[in-house]
Design a protein around this ligand. Structure first.
Ligand code: ATP
Length: 290
């Protein structure tokens, strides 16, 4: 079995600032840290580190060789990442000493994935494989529809939330994962809670309160607690959770076990600074004592 991830690839450039710059202000940064990021890349790395075969479907610009090399080094499949005539997606993140941030996000190449590229990639997928998407690329609805036709298990992480984007994929989903705020936004948009929209598996992540699975067919609810850790940076916690849950299901775990592993992985993640580069390996997750 394999996981096919139609996902974003970003350079996260984190500038430590004495304060957030005001309009018109020029301000020197104290430090620059560069990370591989993007929800898609984070999920590919998480699912790979959890032990799955992952094929990333995405795009970078001519300035994006390093991102492909980094994903390869993390053992994610990069054969369906193309280079296009646009800059690689990037986030310019200013952080002040109190932790408050300001982010400029440039989607760039992430929005230039072609239908041909998608078709060629999914042509290699087999029924029963998992297809996952987030809302940082184009081609989401096309991928979801094709995935459903091919008998893939189609999963959508509804982030960053956009009511139109999520409604375009809803008819094709087997699995929806979203955080508490996104769950409220979805309810406002369609007048139903995520558990009432007829999707078999729904997970709402609840930050330090854990995560809830709702079986959309039976209405059964399963709560998985978060683990007691001191959080220093929650960036990428949700992506780590999603990558680990999907990998758990891909490796044949029951939903409860997959969520338990995901909860442990994302608890470790919030104790670390950074995104894809610091997602824990399965062995660390299994060995961790909380
Ligand atoms: P982000 O956008 O920051 O990546 P998110 O909003 O998508 O995250 P959250 O619901 O904040 O996702 O977190 C995902 C999972 O990470 C939670 O379900 C939980 O298991 C774990 N987690 C998050 N915050 C904490 C915390 N403070 N302590 C322990 N576990 C946490």
């Amino acid at each position: 079995m394999a996981i096919w991830n139609l996902g974003s690839i970003n350079a996260d450039m984190v500038y430590s600032m004495p304060h957030l710059p005001a309009a018109g202000e020029t301000l020197a940064a104290l430090r620059l840290d560069r990370f591989l990021g993007g929800k898609g890349a984070n999920m590919s790395v998480a699912a790979t580190r959890a032990g799955s075969e992952v094929h990333h479907i995405g795009a970078v610009g001519s300035d994006g060789d390093w991102a492909i090399e980094r994903l390869k080094a993390y053992r994610a499949g990069t054969e369906h990442i193309v280079q296009v005539e646009a800059p690689t997606g990037h986030a310019i993140i200013a952080v002040e000493p109190g932790g408050e941030n300001q982010i400029i996000l440039f989607p760039g190449a992430n929005r230039l994935i072609s239908k041909d590229q998608l078709n060629q990639a999914l042509d290699k997928a087999s029924a029963g494989d998992i297809l996952v998407m987030q809302n940082e690329t184009n081609m989401q609805a096309e991928a979801a529809q094709l995935g459903r036709q091919m008998g893939l298990r189609v999963c959508y992480a509804a982030a960053p939330f956009d009511a139109d984007a999520v409604q375009a994929v809803l008819p094709y989903l087997d699995f929806l994962i979203l955080n508490e705020v996104e769950a409220q936004q979805l309810q406002q948009a369609i007048g139903k809670s995520p558990g009432q929209i007829g999707i078999k598996d729904v997970i709402v992540t609840l930050g330090s309160k854990g995560a809830r699975h709702i079986d959309g067919e039976t209405g059964a609810v399963l709560d998985v607690p978060a683990l007691p850790v001191t959080a220093v940076d929650t960036t990428g916690a949700g992506d780590t959770f999603t990558g680990y849950v999907l990998s758990g299901l891909d490796r044949g775990l029951a939903m409860a076990e997959a969520m338990d592993q995901a909860s442990r992985a994302s608890a470790l993640m919030v104790t670390r600074h950074g995104t894809a580069d610091v997602i824990p390996e399965l062995a660390e997750v299994q060995a961790a004592r909380f």
